[in-house]
Design a protein around this ligand. Structure first.
Ligand SMILES: *[C@@H]1O[C@H](CO)[C@@H](O)[C@H](O)[C@H]1NC(C)=O
Ligand SMILES: *[C@@H]1O[C@H](CO)[C@@H](O)[C@H](O)[C@H]1NC(C)=O
Ligand SMILES: *[C@@H]1O[C@H](CO)[C@@H](O)[C@H](O)[C@H]1NC(C)=O
Ligand SMILES: *[C@@H]1O[C@H](CO)[C@@H](O)[C@H](O)[C@H]1NC(C)=O
Ligand SMILES: *[C@@H]1O[C@H](CO)[C@@H](O)[C@H](O)[C@H]1NC(C)=O
Ligand SMILES: *[C@@H]1O[C@H](CO)[C@@H](O)[C@H](O)[C@H]1NC(C)=O
Ligand SMILES: *[C@@H]1O[C@H](CO)[C@@H](O)[C@H](O)[C@H]1NC(C)=O
Ligand SMILES: *[C@@H]1O[C@H](CO)[C@@H](O)[C@H](O)[C@H]1NC(C)=O
Ligand SMILES: *[C@@H]1O[C@H](CO)[C@@H](O)[C@H](O)[C@H]1NC(C)=O
Length: 755
C-alpha cells in the first residue's frame, strides 16, 4: 500500500511543480524570470561582483506589492539575474534601458565498474590511464543532486592538492572535503522560491543518490570489492580517478530549476573547473531560452568542456535535448557485462534475463508459470497490489509486462501476492535493453522478443512451468555496445542542421557509488548500486575529457570533442555496426559519431576546432533576433552585419547534408583541420559514400609540416543516381587516414534527399 501511495505522491508532485514553473504563480503572483541585461555602461570592465549586483538591483521596480526578490545575481556565464516578479514588474523592467531579453524559469529533470576496462583504459602498456596520470590536476564540476562526502569513492588517498586557480568553497563541514572532493555548494534558491519542494538543508548532501553516482562515475577513487549484492564484484573506479571533484547541488529530489542550473554553471566557471558534467535535461528549447545551453556557452568560452546527457526519451525520433553545438551531447549504450539470469521453460527453451539480486538461498527448481491476463486493469503489468487479485500466483513464477510502474515495484506486488519469482517482459519499444535492478525476489528481465516467445509457450500448454537460474556476472556479452532504447534520438529540434547526439557511452546497468545500502540485503562496507540512463553516460565522457585535458592542456572544448568523435568506434564486439535496441543497425541520429574510444581519442591526429566567434554567424543563421543572439553570446550583435551560416557550415566533426531541387542536389562544405599529431604528417582521404550519393574531396591529400598547422578542404556531395523517392538518412563516412595507417580521423555523413 505504501508503495502505491508513494508512486501517486511522486506523480502529483511532478504535476504540481511543472505547473508552478510553467503557469507563473507564487508569492503575490510572482514567478521567477531570468533577465539578460547589458553590462553597466557607467563602469569600465572588469566590474566587481558588488558592482554587478547593484546594477541588477537598479532594474527591480518598487511597486505597491513591495520590492521583488532578487534570487541570483549572475557573474560569468550570463550578464543578468533571476528574480521573482509580477507581470507588471516584468513589464517595467522591459522598459528600462539596458534590458535585453527575458526567459521564464523552466523545470529540468534528472536523466538516471566494469566500465573503465570495457573502455580499454587498462589495455596496452602504457595504457591511457598511466600516460594521462588518471586525470591528475583536472577539476570536474558536477551539477546534480549533491554528493555523499564520506563515501570511499571520494577518498583522497594519493591525490595532490587542487591547482592554485581553484577558488571554490566547501559548504559541508570542512573535514568532509578533501583533495578529491575539493568543493561543494548548494544552489537551490530557484526551486525553493517556487515552494513546490521543501528545501530544508543548506548542505549539499545527496538525498537522492543520482549525484553521488554520476560524480563517482566521472572521477571516483579506486574502491576494492565494490559490488551490488555480491554481483559485478571488483575494484570500482571513476574514469579519471585522480581528477578533483567540485559538486554543485542544483536539483532537489528529481527536479531542477533552470535558474539554479544557470547559477551552477556560473559558480563553477568562476570557481575554476575544467570540465562540467551535467546529467540533467528538459525538452528541446531554442538556445536563447535554454539555461543549460546559455550556461554552457559561457563555460565553453572560458575553455570549460561541457558534457550533457542527451535525455531518456528514446527510441522516438527528434527527442534529443541538450543539443547546442558547443556541448558534447551524450547517448547511452550497453556494456559487455550481464548480471545474468536464465529462464528455462518446461519445453527446454532457454532465454536470457538480468537482475542485480541473486541470493544464494534461492534454489532453482521447476515452478508453475503464470501470465496474469485478466479483466482487471493493470493485471499484465503487475503494477498495483490489486492487479493480481483473483489470480492464483501462490508459489509460482509470474510473467509481468513492462509499463505503468517501476520494475522493483512489480516485484513487490508479485511477492505480496504470494509469487516466488518474476519474469519481466519488455514492450516492443524497449527491444533488447534489459535492466539489472535490485529486486526483492528472483527476477529475469527479458527482451520483447523473448517475452513473446515465453507467452506463446504459455499459450500452448495447460501446465506451463519454468526454472529460473542465476548465472552471476558474465562478461563478453554480444553484441555490445548496443544503444539503449531510452537514449534520446535526433534530429535535433533546435537545429536539425547538425547531427545529434554526438557520441554514445556506457549508460545501462552502471555500477557506481550510492549513499544508501541498495537492495534487500545491506552490502557490507561501501555502498554501490546499478542504475541506467543517459545520466550515467555523460559522466563517462566527462572523465575521458579530464584524461585528455591532463595530456593536452591547450586543447579547446571543441578540440576535445573532435578528438573523441573522430576516433569513436563504429562496430560492436561482434564485428557488425553498432546495434540499436532492436538489434538493427543504429543510425547516426542514435549513435552520433559512435562509441567513445578513450585511448584513440588521446591521439586523434587531426582535429576540427571551432572558435567562440564562429558561433555568432551560426546563431544568426538560426534566424534568431539580435537580442536573442546577444543574450546567448553576451556581447551586442547585429546579425545584419554578420555573414550568417547554417549549422552544417560550422567546422563540426560530422557532416549533415541536404540535397534538394533548390541546391540542384549539390552541396559543398568546407572544413579546416588542425594537426595535433606528428609535425610532419600526411593524410589521404577515404570516403564511404552514402548509397546514391557522390562525394568528392579537394584536395585528396593533406600534408603538414608543423604541429597546430591548419589546412582547409572542400567536400562536395551530389546526387549520383536518378531516384524518384525522397530518401532520408543516407549514411556514409569521410576519413582522413595517416600514411602509416595508424590514425583514422572519421566523420559520419548523413544525407537527407528531398525531391
Ligand atoms: C513603458 O514605456 C512606455 C513608453 O515609454 C509607456 O507608455 C509605458 O507605460 C511603460 N510601461 C511601464 C510598465 O512602465
Ligand atoms: C527556502 O525558502 C524559504 C522561504 O522563502 C526560506 O525561509 C528558506 O531559507 C529557503 N531555504 C533555502 C535552503 O534556501
Ligand atoms: C570480491 O572479490 C574479492 C577479490 O577477488 C573477494 O575477496 C571478495 O570476497 C569478493 N566479494 C564478493 C561479495 O564476492
Ligand atoms: C493502469 O493502466 C493504465 C493504462 O495502461 C495506466 O494509464 C495507469 O497509469 C495504470 N495505473 C497504475 C496504477 O499503474
Ligand atoms: C496467446 O493467446 C491469446 C488468447 O488466445 C492471444 O490473444 C495472444 O495473442 C496469444 N499470445 C501469443 C504470444 O501467442
Ligand atoms: C547458467 O547456469 C546454468 C546452470 O548452472 C548453466 O547450465 C548455464 O550454462 C549457464 N548459462 C550461462 C550463459 O553461463
Ligand atoms: C551505506 O548505507 C547505509 C544504509 O543506508 C548507511 O547507513 C551508510 O551510511 C552508507 N555508507 C556509506 C559509506 O555511504
Ligand atoms: C544542375 O546539375 C546538373 C548535373 O550535375 C548540371 O548539368 C546542371 O547544369 C546544373 N544546373 C544548374 C542550374 O546549376
Ligand atoms: C570552400 O573551399 C573552396 C576550395 O577550397 C573555395 O574555393 C571556397 O571559396 C570555399 N568556400 C568558403 C565559403 O569558404
Amino acid at each position: 500500500m505504501t508503495i502505491i501511495y508513494t508512486a501517486f505522491l511522486f506523480l502529483l508532485v511532478a504535476i504540481y511543480i511543472s505547473s508552478t514553473l510553467a503557469q507563473n504563480t507564487g508569492d503575490n503572483g510572482r514567478v521567477t524570470y531570468i533577465i539578460h541585461v547589458q553590462p553597466d555602461p557607467t563602469i569600465a570592465p572588469p566590474s566587481t561582483r558588488e558592482d554587478r549586483e547593484q546594477w541588477y538591483k537598479s532594474f527591480l521596480p518598487t511597486t505597491s506589492n513591495g520590492q521583488p526578490q532578487l534570487i541570483y545575481s549572475y557573474n560569468t556565464v550570463i550578464s543578468g539575474f533571476a528574480a521573482r516578479l509580477t507581470k507588471e514588474e516584468l513589464e517595467a523592467i522591459k522598459n528600462k534601458s539596458g534590458f535585453i531579453h527575458v526567459m521564464p524559469d523552466r523545470l529540468f529533470h534528472l536523466t538516471t565498474t566494469h566500465s573503465p576496462s570495457f573502455l580499454g583504459l587498462h589495455k596496452s602498456s602504457p595504457g591511457f590511464w598511466d600516460s594521462s596520470n588518471y586525470g591528475k590536476g583536472v577539476i570536474i564540476g558536477v551539477l546534480d543532486t549533491g554528493v555523499t562526502p564520506d563515501h570511499p569513492s571520494f577518498s583522497d588517498q594519493g591525490m595532490c592538492s587542487p591547482p592554485t586557480k581553484w577558488k571554490g568553497v566547501c559548504e559541508f563541514r570542512p573535514s568532509n572535503c578533501n583533495n578529491k572532493l575539493i568543493g561543494a555548494r548548494t544552489l537551490l534558491k530557484g526551486i525553493n522560491a517556487t515552494r513546490a519542494i521543501e528545501v530544508s538543508a543548506r548542505e549539499p548532501y545527496d538525498k537522492n543518490g543520482h549525484g553521488t553516482h554520476t560524480a563517482s562515475t566521472a572521477a571516483g577513487m579506486f574502491v576494492k570489492n565494490a559490488n551490488i549484492n555480491g554481483l559485478a564484484n571488483g575494484t570500482a573506479a571513476g574514469i579519471a580517478p585522480h581528477a578533483h571533484l567540485a559538486i554543485y547541488k542544483v536539483c532537489a529530489n528529481d527536479f531542477c530549476a533552470g535558474s539554479d542550473i544557470l547559477a551552477g554553471f556560473d559558480q563553477a566557471v568562476d570557481d575554476g573547473v575544467d570540465i562540467l558534467s551535467v546529467s540533467i535535461a528538459a525538452e528541446s528549447y531554442n538556445f536563447y531560452e535554454d539555461s543549460a545551453a546559455i550556461g554552457a556557452f559561457g563555460a565553453m568560452e572560458k575553455g570549460v568542456f561541457v558534457s550533457l546527457a542527451g535525455g531518456n526519451d528514446g527510441p522516438f525520433d527528434s527527442t534529443v535535448s541538450n543539443e547546442a553545438p558547443w556541448v558534447m551531447t551524450v547517448g547511452a549504450s550497453t556494456m559487455d557485462r550481464d548480471l545474468r539470469t536464465t529462464v528455462k521453460l518446461g519445453d527446454h527453451h532457454v532465454f536470457k534475463g538480468q537482475t542485480a539480486y541473486q541470493p544464494e538461498s534461492f534454489k532453482s527448481s521447476s515452478l508453475s508459470l503464470v501470465y496474469p491476463v485478466s479483466t482487471l486493469s493493470n493485471a499484465s503489468t503487475c503494477s498495483t497490489s490489486y492487479s493480481l487479485h483473483g489470480i492464483d500466483v501462490k508459489g509460482m513464477v509470474v510473467l509481468c509486462d513492462e509499463g505503468d510502474n517501476t520494475e522493483v515495484e512489480k516485484g513487490k506486488n508479485v511477492k505480496n501476492a504470494g509469487g516466488v519469482a518474476m519474469i519481466i517482459a519488455n514492450v516492443p519499444i524497449e527491444g533488447y535493453t534489459t535492466f539489472a535492478d535490485t529486486h526483492v525476489l528472483p527476477v529475469a528481465h527479458v527482451s520483447y522478443v523473448d517475452g513473446e516467445n515465453i507467452k506463446s509457450y504459455i499459450n500452448t500448454t495447460s501446465t506451463p512451468t519454468t526454472t529460473i537460474i542465476f548465472n552471476g556476472t558474465l562478461f563478453g556479452v554480444t553484441p555490445s555496445p548496443a544503444v539503449a532504447y531510452f537514449s534520446s534520438r535526433g534530429p535535433s529540434q533546435a537545429d536539425p542542421n547538425i547531427i545529434k547526439p554526438d557520441i554514445i557511452a556506457p549508460g545501462v546497468n552502471i555500477l557506481a557509488a550510492w549513499p544508501f545500502s541498495p537492495g534487500p540485503t545491506p552490502s557490507a562496507g561501501a555502498n554501490f548500486t546499478v542504475i541506467s540512463g543517459t545520466s550515467m553516460a555523460a559522466p563517462h565522457i566527462s572523465g575521458i575529457a579530464a584524461l585528455l585535458k591532463n595530456e593536452h592542456p591547450d586543447w579547446s572544448p571543441a578540440a576535445i570533442k573532435s578528438a573523441i568523435m573522430t576516433s569513436a568506434d563504429i562496430f560492436s564486439n561482434d564485428g557488425y555496426y553498432i546495434a540499436d535496441y532492436d538489434l538493427d543497425n543504429a543510425n547516426f541520429f542514435t549513435v552520433g559519431a559512435g562509441h567513445v574510444n578513450p585511448s584513440k581519442a588521446n591521439n586523434p591526429g587531426l582535429i576540427y576546432d571551432i572558435k567562440t566567434s564562429n558561433y555568432i554567424p551560426y546563431l544568426c543563421g538560426l534566424g534568431y533576433t539580435d537580442t536573442q543572439v546577444t543574450a546567448v553570446v553576451r556581447r551586442s550583435i547585429k546579425c545584419a552585419e554578420v555573414d550568417a551560416i547554417f549549422g552544417f557550415e560550422l567546422n563540426y566533426p560530422s557532416f549533415m547534408v541536404f540535397l534538394t531541387q533548390s541546391n540542384n542536389f549539390t552541396m559543398t562544405l568546407n572544413r579546416t583541420v588542425t594537426n595535433v599529431g606528428d609535425s610532419m604528417s600526411t593524410y589521404r582521404v577515404q570516403v564511404q559514400e552514402p548509397s546514391g550519393i557522390r562525394v568528392t574531396v579537394k584536395p585528396e591529400t593533406l600534408s603538414f609540416s608543423n604541429v597546430k598547422e591548419q589546412v582547409q578542404f572542400a567536400v562536395t556531395f551530389s546526387k549520383s543516381i536518378s531516384s524518384t523517392e525522397n530518401r532520408f538518412y543516407l549514411e556514409g563516412f569521410l576519413m582522413w587516414v595517416s600514411l602509416n595507417e595508424h590514425i583514422t580521423v572519421r566523420s559520419p555523413i548523413s544525407v537527407l534527399m528531398k525531391l
